[in-house]
Design a protein around this ligand. Structure first.
Ligand code: TRP
Length: 348
C-alpha cells in the first residue's frame, strides 16, 4: 500500500520547542527519508475556531505565523502540500457524513476531549463544533485517504475516533477506508516536552515555552530561569536529574557532537549527569551548554524566518496553491465516498 501522510496544527500561536521535538522534527525526517506517495500538512484554522470563534484575528494572524514556522524549520513545499483547512470545503462535506457514525456520549468520554472541555471551562457551554472536532479531524485524514498521521501523544485518543469511524463506515457502507496509524516520537521526553517551569508540558497557555521565533537574548533568559533542582544550592551539592528541566531538554536535544563542540571534558550526557548527581557541577554551566545547543538549532531557523518575512506574499502563495491542490485531491476521494454510500444520485 502507498503511504499518504497527513498531519496538522491549530493556528493559535507560534510553534515552540515542544512542537519541534514532538512532531516537526519527525515530519522533516519523514519528508526526507520516508517512503510516501503524498504528504499533506494542514493548518487547522476551522478546528482552531471551535474554541476561538470570537477571536478570528488571532487565528488569521497565526495562519501565516505557523506557515513561516514550518518553512523556516525545514518543511519543503516542493515535497509537502501545505494547506489551509477552511479552503478545502470537501472536508466539511465529509464531516457531515461522519457525524452520523459517532455518538455524543462517545465523544464526551474521549479522554483528550474530556480534559480539553475542563481546561476551557466548557462544561455548561460546550460548542457543538468543539465536541465534534475529532469527527472533523477524521474527515481531514480520510478525505485524503491518509494512513500515516504524525501527531503529539495527546492526540492518540482523537485518532482513535478516526479508526472507529473507519470501522463503522466500512461495515455500514463498503470497505473503502484503511486503518490510520498515528506516529508519535519514541522518546518519552520528546513526546511530551515539559515546560520551563517544570510543572506541565510546554504550551503557549501555560506561558512556559521557548518559541522557534524567540531571539537569542530571549532564549538565554528563558533557559537561565528554567526549573532545575531546588535542593541543589551550592555547586558542591549533589543534584537531582529527575524533574530537572535542563536535563530533560538535554535528553531531547543534546548529542555527542554537542559535547565535542561545547563541553569536551565530558564524552556524553551520561557523564555529565553522573557529575551533576555526585556534586561539583553548577547549574549555570549546564544551562549555558543547553543554551548553545538550542541556539545551534534555532539560528538557521531564525535566518530563514527573516528571509520569509521579507516575502510574505510568497508564503501565502504556497498556502493558496497547496489548498487548491488539496481540494482537488479531496474532491476525487469524495466521489468514492459518495459512491460507497450510494448517494451519487446523478450517476445512479
Ligand atoms: N488536533 C490537532 C492538534 O491540535 C490538529 C489537527 C487537525 C490534526 N486535524 C488534524 C492533526 C488531522 C493530525 C491530523 O494538534
Amino acid at each position: 500500500m502507498k503511504n499518504i501522510i497527513l498531519t496538522g496544527d491549530r493556528p493559535t500561536g507560534n510553534l515552540h520547542l515542544g512542537h519541534y521535538v514532538g512532531s516537526l522534527k519527525t515530519r522533516i525526517e519523514m519528508q526526507n527519508n520516508f517512503e510516501y506517495d503524498k504528504y499533506f500538512i494542514m493548518i487547522a484554522d476551522t478546528q482552531a475556531l471551535t474554541d476561538n470563534a470570537h477571536d478570528i484575528n488571532k487565528i488569521r494572524n497565526n495562519i501565516i505565523q505557523v506557515a513561516i514556522d514550518y518553512l523556516s524549520a525545514g518543511i519543503d513545499p516542493n515535497k509537502v502540500c501545505i494547506f489551509i483547512q477552511s479552503m478545502v470545503p470537501e472536508l466539511f462535506e465529509l464531516t457531515a457524513y461522519f457525524m452520523n457514525l459517532v455518538t455524543v456520549s462517545r465523544l464526551q468520554r474521549n479522554p483528550t476531549i474530556k480534559e480539553e472541555i475542563k481546561q476551557r471551562g466548557f462544561s455548561t457551554s460546550l460548542p457543538i463544533g468543539f465536541l465534534n472536532y475529532p469527527v472533523s479531524q477524521a474527515a481531514d485524514i480520510l478525505a485524503f485517504n491518509a494512513n500515516v498521521v504524525p501527531v503529539g501523544e495527546d492526540q492518540l485518543p482523537v485518532i482513535e475516533v478516526t479508526n472507529e469511524i473507519v470501522k463503522s463506515f466500512n461495515s455500514s457502507y463498503s470497505q473503502i477506508f484503511n486503518e490510520v496509524k498515528p506516529f508519535v516520537p519514541k522518546s518519552k521526553v520528546c513526546a511530551r516536552l515539559p515546560g520551563l517551569d517544570g510543572k506541565v508540558k510546554m504550551s503557549k497557555s501555560a506561558g512556559n515555552a521557548i518559541y522557534l521565533c524567540d531571539d537569542e537574548k530571549t532564549v538565554k533568559e528563558k533557559i537561565m530561569s528554567a526549573y532545575t533542582d531546588p535542593t541543589h544550592i551550592k555547586v558542591s551539592d549533589p543534584g537531582k536529574i529527575e524533574g530537572n528541566i535542563v536535563f530533560s531538554y538535554l535528553d531531547a536535544f543534546a548529542n555527542d557532537e554537542h559535547f565535542k563542540k561545547y563541553l569536551p571534558e565530558y564524552k556524553n550526557l551520561d557523564e555529565l549527569k553522573s557529575h551533576y548527581k555526585r556534586g561539583g557541577l553548577g547549574d549555570v554551566k549546564v544551562k549555558l551548554f543547553l543554551n548553545n545547543i538550542i541556539n545551534d538549532l534555532l539560528t538557521p531557523i531564525r535566518n530563514k524566518r527573516k528571509e520569509l518575512e521579507q516575502n510574505i506574499d510568497s508564503v501565502y502563495e504556497i498556502l493558496f496553491n497547496g489548498s487548491e491542490k488539496a481540494s482537488k485531491f479531496a474532491k476525487e476521494n469524495l466521489k468514492n465516498v459518495k459512491k460507497a454510500m450510494g448517494i451519487n444520485y446523478k450517476i445512479l
